[in-house]
Design a protein around this ligand. Structure first.
Ligand code: ATP
Ligand code: MG
Ligand code: MG
Length: 554
């Protein structure tokens, strides 16, 4: 068995186990905010947390961090659950930060009673002005010394809807001179007269992230709360809040940080992805060009290929950009193993086999996957008129052109050797038809001497009378720049690739008539394709998942 080295988060846990943690105490969570669909960056966090769950046989909660009713929706909750499941993971319990609103409120009251929180009645602008700078202490709010009684009364009033938005906030009373700006009396609650997707109109005050997250971890007894690096400065506040509340008999959660994963030629931020959706650059969160889990799934990615990708890039301590070609490598590698081979022609050129009887057809044996005998075989029809790709024929070409040229021979995949005798052109000089002859003894698999004869090229093809038509969607990168959101002077939207979707009509072998939504294939010599969600029996639609080779490699 392959021995996998531990990542630095696993090292932290191993050390904790050596220093007294019990394996049964380990518990993790994946905490998405339901304000958009999950993207490939989230896959790293999902694989990390659920991977730890599997390694230590520890429960992993799916916790929705739903404290901002202005941006959160039930649609996102459902999409997130579907994506985590599809990636192949099982959560222990489904939790919502909003389930803890009452407990958080009660704890806030406790903090007020201990004179560790106060109601500030200044505007948010005024509060920001008093914050100071990293090198200069902030100023205390004139409301900082309100009496406990007055704070309790005002906070209750906030909860009961007696005040408008922005009139008061609840702040922790910590240290306006702390070198960590986040410790300068952070806001814990604000008034928001908005209905929440779960608690509806029960609350008109909502807790902020820092106040909610660690306390939710504590309630769920999460041992290791793993988040991305931007939360490193928040750790001190995470710990401060816990210090005020933790009961020594209970497990105290730890926040630890790892690097965000960015992918080249795209953006991985729900806010920016929402902008792509709302501006109509893409046709929704699951557009096959999107780096969302749902977009990748629709594009034909397998869950296994995404898991393998996250495994390969691993867990890092520094933010960086991973080249999208690595993601493509992993889907190509997996589809190579599992996708049946079929024939399709996307840029057709008619070939007439002049010595093949008109009206005759035969069904040739075709292997479904040369690397997997158990995949079996199917029959493909052959007849006098076939399509090949335009680029597979030239009137004249040098010796390195291993395709069809006048006077030259190629083998038709699963079929016969043909020789190009002549061609026809239209008035613009475009080749419209090629006339060939075939060697009737050369049929693949027939065992004759001619069937074993080696010719330089093998072409894919489809029989014209049997071919079925399908819409083929060819995708290119969504952005022309490798790091569209890393430019100081330019908005990422300026780098949108206007040519990221091309639709064409392809001609497919008839076995594909029965392909179901989501089915994946290798169109031989062309790439991996799957049946799109919009496909119907009368109008088949295929997405190109990825090309056969990395055409972007230098
Ligand atoms: P976004 O900017 O896309 O909204 P977020 O961090 O605000 O990202 P959350 O829903 O809060 O999104 O993320 C859930 C979990 O996934 C968090 O623990 C977060 O740190 C992690 N995560 C989000 N984006 C990435 C990423 N690009 N790489 C690794 N982990 C990520
Ligand atoms: Mg977040
Ligand atoms: Mg966010």
């Amino acid at each position: 068995e392959e021995v996998k080295s531990l990542n630095f988060i696993e090292h932290i846990i191993e050390e904790d186990l050596e220093n007294g943690y019990k394996t049964e105490e380990l518990r993790f969570r994946f905490p998405p905010e339901p304000n958009g669909y999950l993207h490939i960056g989230h896959a790293s966090s999902i694989c990390l947390n659920f991977g730890l769950g599997l390694r230590y046989n520890a429960p992993v909660n799916l916790r929705f961090d739903d404290t901002n009713p202005a941006k959160e929706e039930e649609e996102y909750v459902e999409a997130i659950k579907k994506d985590v499941e599809w990636l192949g993971f099982e959560w222990d319990t489904e939790r919502y930060a909003s389930d803890y609103f009452q407990q958080l409120y009660d704890w806030a009251v406790t903090l007020i009673k201990q004179d560790k929180a106060y109601v500030d009645s200044q505007s948010s602008e005024e509060i920001a002005r008093q914050k100071g700078t990293p090198t200069e202490a902030g100023r205390n709010s004139p409301y900082r010394n309100r009496s406990v009684e007055e704070n309790l009364k005002l906070f209750e009033g906030m909860k009961n809807g007696e005040f408008g938005e922005g009139e008061h906030v609840l702040r922790a009373k910590i240290d306006m001179a702390s070198p960590n700006m986040l410790m300068r009396d952070p806001v814990m609650y604000r008034v928001l007269h908005k209905a929440h997707h779960r608690t509806h109109t029960d609350w008109c005050i909502y807790p902020l992230y820092d106040w909610t997250h660690g306390e939710s971890d504590y309630i769920e007894q999460v041992s290791h709360s793993l988040c991305t690096l931007e939360f490193l400065p928040h750790r001190e506040l995470y710990d401060w809040f816990l210090d005020q509340l933790v009961d020594s008999k209970k497990l105290r959660p730890k926040q630890r940080e790892f690097a965000r994963r960015n992918l080249s030629h795209t953006v991985v931020s729900k806010r920016k992805l929402l902008q792509l959706v709302e501006s109509g650059v893409v046709n929704g969160w699951d557009d096959p060009r999107m780096p969302t889990i749902s977009g990748l799934r629709r594009r034909g990615y397998t869950a296994e290929s995404i898991r393998n990708f996250t495994e390969t890039i691993g867990i890092a301590k520094r933010d960086n950009v991973v080249d999208v070609s690595l993601l493509e490598f992993h889907v190509r590698e997996h589809l190579n193993k599992i996708a049946p081979r079929v024939m399709a022609v996307l840029n057709p050129l008619k070939v007439v086999i002049t010595n093949y009887e008109d009206g005759k057809e035969e069904w040739l044996e075709a292997e479904n996957n040369p690397g997997d005998e158990s995949a079996g075989s199917r029959k493909v029809p052959f007849s006098r008129e076939i399509y090949i790709e335009q680029e597979d024929f030239r009137e004249e070409a040098n010796r390195k052109f291993f395709r069809l040229k006048l006077g030259g021979e190629v083998r038709l995949k699963n079929g016969y050797i043909i020789k190009a005798e002549s061609c026809t052109k239209d008035s613009d000089g475009n080749i419209t038809e090629v006339q060939c002859t075939y060697d009737h003894k050369s049929k693949s698999g027939s065992g004759t001497e001619e069937s074993l004869r080696k010719v330089k090229g093998t072409l894919h093809w489809v029989s014209i009378p049997h071919a079925i038509e399908a819409e083929i969607r060819i995708y290119d990168r969504l952005f022309t720049d490798a790091t569209p959101d890393a430019h100081k002077d330019k908005d990422f939207m300026e780098f949108v690739n206007k040519d990221s979707l091309n639709k064409l009509i392809g001609f497919l072998e008839p076995s594909l008539q029965n392909a179901k939504i989501g089915d994946r294939f290798q169109f031989q010599r062309l790439g991996y394709f799957n049946v799109d969600l919009d496909s119907t029996e009368d109008h088949l639609i295929f997405n190109r998942t990825v090309t056969l080779r990395d055409t972007w490699a230098k």
